[in-house]
Design a protein around this ligand. Sequence first.
Ligand code: GLN
Ligand code: ZN
Length: 769
Amino acid sequence: MAVPCDFEHWRLIVTVTSRTPFTATVLGIPRIGPRRELKRAIESYWAGRIDAAELHGVAKTLRSDQLTALRAAGLDSVPVGTFSYYDQVLDTAVLLGALPPRVAGIADPLERYFAAARGAESIEPLEMTKWFDTNYHYLVPEIGSDTTFSLHPEKILDELREALELGVPARPVVVGPLTFLKLAKGIDGVAPLSRLGELVPLYRELLRQLAAAGAEWVQLDEPVLVTDLSDDEIALAADTYAQLTQAPQRPAILVATYFGRPGAALAALAGTEIDAIAVDFTRGTTADDIAAIPALANKLLVAGVVNGRNVWRTDLDQALGTLGTLLGSTGALAVSTSSSLLHVPYSLSAETDLDPALRSWLAFGAEKVAEVRSLATALRAGTEAVADELATARAALASRRQDPRLHNETVRARLDSLGPDADRRAPAEERRVLQRERLDLPPLPTTTIGSYPQTSAIRKARAALRANEIGVEEYNRRMRAEIDAVIALQERLGLDVLVHGEPERNDMVQYFAEQLDGFAATANGWVQSYGTRCVRPPILYGDVVRREPMTVEWISYAQSLTDKPVKGMLTGPVTILAWSFVRDDQPLADSARQVALAIRDETIDLQSAGIRVIQVDEPALRELLPLRAEAKPDYLDWSVRAFRLATSGVSDATQIHTHLCYSEFGEVIDAIAALDADVTSIEAARSRMEVLDDLNAAGFHLGVGPGVYDIHSPRVPSVEEITTSLRAALKAVPADRLWVNPDCGLKTRGPAEVEAALANMVQAANAVR
Ligand code: GLN
Ligand code: ZN
């Protein structure tokens, strides 16, 4: 209240919301540490190198640094509680006393928490799955008949107190009851949502305790409101929030929606007494959608105009235009990111090697906070107050639009000139005859998915190359030695279609991104994928050009060592996009075609080098599936076409494989069939081959290799087990279409396990033959 102009602003708004509104915020913050300090500390704790007190110390320092920085950056409401040792949904399960009974016996709370996340001796961890359409994975709570909810708010209360002591305008953030239950898995036939009534009193008590501890605002995250909900579910949402707002003592309530359009849920929520709603304006919601809901006129609208998911600098003029229009339809307006900043790297300041032009087009977490502040300042004090920021943004945007790397005429002309048959091959039956003749494989051919164990020799060689201790020559020599060993191993084991083992690849997307124009790598752009696992997605900023063959030397070398066919190994266009930060100045479908063209050129070069089998991996096909049903057909259409464009340049005698994993395939089964790959290897061991029935129902008639054992576990499957899997598969697939392979690549496994497991797999295939 010390600043007079703030006071004026507040007085204006207090009349409409009866709560002190805020003007600039973000919906959540990254937690892994700017230099992955938390990741290292947690892993040290797991390894017994540090104790819990030391881990808590690292976490506390990271939190206070971050909170102080956010306040200093000018946010007048700062999210707290988005910190986590593993995952925010797991934290919510702890908050609500909903950890699975199998960990209840573990006395130490931190050990119990990590056991639920990662398993422990004889304790299965919770399942993990993708958080909406992001590449972040949350732990799936289990709600069974023996789940009895109870409130355990210590974490959020501690973090609130800690923030208030630092003088930070703290807004506790908690996953809302609807989202929590919708994301949970029912055990023994329990429908999680049917338990909503039990959660309401717990959330009301939580609200009371947060208010008593000094919280003015609380944020309840309900991203599930942007998915397709039934009318009943929307009514349930409205009813739940009507009840929560009646809590006798509570902070002002912000319900946060993000990752899409809240649709009908928005009007339903606006009809309750909640104080504020966060809406993602980067995913289709317009100012007109807001104007159409009169009840929003007495709410604080938290407008997500700064994209929390991508890495691009915001068009501040355009954002101001949106904000200006919104001013007329809402009681008060706050500027925000569209989602938590969990999904972007901390700050551009850690990047020293980026091309200066590209750098000027980007905004990571810290830069997005500054954008929020600039926009809020412009709203309050007029655009003159941020004239410099606006000018810088305009110049960067202009430079980006004019950059020749964003518009490569050669690539665009090539794509335009492709005929209608460019994504089509001869009928599968004709291809099969040609391939059978050329490959001469036994029935139930055995193969692997691509990678072999990342041995310590490989890691050492990579580190030595990075440290300039060895040159590229020596590095390549060591990689060839790895390939020698992997080929010899496969020959010894008697596998039929061999692979080179992918020793030269750091990562299946980064490897290609580094060799394609239009992509840039970051030095420190780490983003949490799950738990302590972080990824550094490449940035796709321009038109994609393949400079030269990317894999041919390696695969040809491997093929020179054996008479058996060696699979060329490529990553598909959809997966390359899914695991990158993509450009936002053209439809994703257009970027997909450009990547597809580069992969297509590579398949043709592999074929010319004598490679007879080529695998194009698409494990992320399911991941990019839009959240709303109405958007799914278009996505499935362009993603399938991109894959087919990438794989239809080769002759009909060249056998195309694909590989899919990490997901429930139900919704994309038709698309898998439409990929028209000669052979599809697919994760199936954990779902007990059910995927095969689904494929049959979709009319799938091509080769299929349902994973016969789960590579996610170090356990070596016995010959009997694999034989049983194969016999189960043969009930659904005729022998002449069935392939024998593990579930996924072997890079995370140890060499001894891999050898033993594959020996058993080959033996099982022989037995069944
Ligand atoms: N070819 C890759 C490998 O074997 C596929 C990895 C994946 O499916 N994610 O490692
Ligand atoms: Zn896989």
